[in-house]
Design a protein around this ligand. Structure first.
Ligand SMILES: Nc1nc2c(ncn2[C@@H]2O[C@H](COP(=O)(O)OP(=O)(O)OP(=O)(O)O)[C@@H](O)[C@H]2O)c(=O)[nH]1
Ligand SMILES: [Mg+2]
Length: 218
C-alpha cells in the first residue's frame, strides 16, 4: 500500500480566491493536485503556497483539466472536485470508504446548504440529464457526479474523450456500459467561496453546459 492512497484533483480556472479555503479542508493524508487551466489570477502560486502540487493544462475545458490531473496523479485512487469551494473536501472520506467497500465509482449528490441560491436553469438541466441517465442508461443517479472517487487505472481504461463540460456525463455513460457499480452519496453544496461563476451563474453558461451534457448522453 503506498503512503498516500488518494490524490484530490482540483480543476481550476481562476480560483485563487477560493483555493485557500478548499485546500485547508483536504483530509489529512490526501494529496491535493491543482490543475491550472490558463488562470490569470495567480491560481498556481496560491495553490503551491497552500501546499498543493500543481500541473498546468493549456487546453481549455473542464474535461481537459480533469484528465490532465488524473494522468499526473500517482496514487491508486483519484478524487475530483471543483476548486471553487462549493463542494467540501471533508466529504471525501465517506466516498473513499464506499469505494473500499467495493463500489467501482462513488459520486456525490449535491444537497444545498441553507441559504444557497441554486438557479432554476441549473437544477432543471441536472434533473433532465439524470432522468435520461436513469431511463436510458440504467444508472440510479440523481446528480451529474460533481464530486467523484474512482480507481485511477480503471478510470483511464474507460477512455473518456470529452474535454469540456460533458466529461462527467460521458464518464457515467461509459461506467454504465462497462457494468460498473456506481454508488451515489449525499454531499454538501454551498456557494462558491470567491471568484466568478463560469457556468450556472448565467443562463448562457447553463445553456452551453446543457448542450455539452446532452451530446454526452444522447
Ligand atoms: N467552466 C469551466 N471550469 C473550469 C475550466 N477549467 C477548469 N475549471 C474548473 O472546474 C471547476 C468546475 O467549474 P463549474 O462548477 O462547472 O463552474 P463554475 O465556474 O464554478 O460555475 P458554477 O459552479 O456553475 O457557478 C471549477 O473549479 C473551475 O475553476 C473550464 O475551462 N471551464
Ligand atoms: Mg462551481
Amino acid at each position: 500500500m503506498p503512503e498516500c492512497p488518494v490524490t484530490v484533483v482540483l480543476p481550476c480556472l481562476n480560483e485563487a480566491d477560493s483555493l485557500p479555503t478548499v485546500l485547508a479542508a483536504i483530509p489529512a493524508g490526501y494529496r491535493a493536485l491543482v490543475v491550472d487551466n490558463n488562470s490569470n489570477d495567480g491560481t498556481a502560486e496560491v495553490a503551491r503556497r497552500h501546499g498543493a502540487d500543481v500541473v498546468g493544462e493549456r487546453r481549455p475545458g473542464y474535461g481537459s483539466a480533469v484528465h490532465a490531473g488524473v494522468l499526473a496523479a500517482a496514487t491508486p485512487i483519484v478524487a475530483v472536485l471543483d476548486g471553487d469551494g462549493s463542494l467540501d473536501p471533508a466529504d471525501l472520506p465517506r466516498l473513499v470508504a464506499e469505494l473500499e467497500r467495493g463500489a467501482d465509482m462513488v459520486t456525490g449528490r449535491r444537497r444545498p446548504v441553507r441559504g444557497l441560491k441554486w438557479p432554476w436553469h441549473a437544477r432543471l438541466g441536472t434533473a433532465a440529464v439524470c432522468w435520461r441517465l436513469r431511463t436510458r442508461h440504467g444508472l440510479a443517479v440523481h446528480d451529474i457526479a460533481p464530486m467523484r472517487v474512482v480507481n485511477r487505472d480503471a478510470l483511464l481504461t474507460l477512455g473518456v474523450t470529452d474535454r469540456r463540460s460533458g466529461y462527467p456525463l460521458e464518464l457515467l455513460v461509459r461506467a454504465a456500459a462497462a457494468g460498473w457499480r456506481v454508488v451515489e452519496v449525499d454531499v454538501d453544496y454551498g456557494p462558491r467561496v470567491g471568484g466568478k461563476s463560469k457556468v450556472s451563474g448565467s443562463v448562457r453558461g447553463s445553456f452551453t453546459a446543457a448542450v455539452d451534457f446532452w451530446k454526452a448522453i444522447s
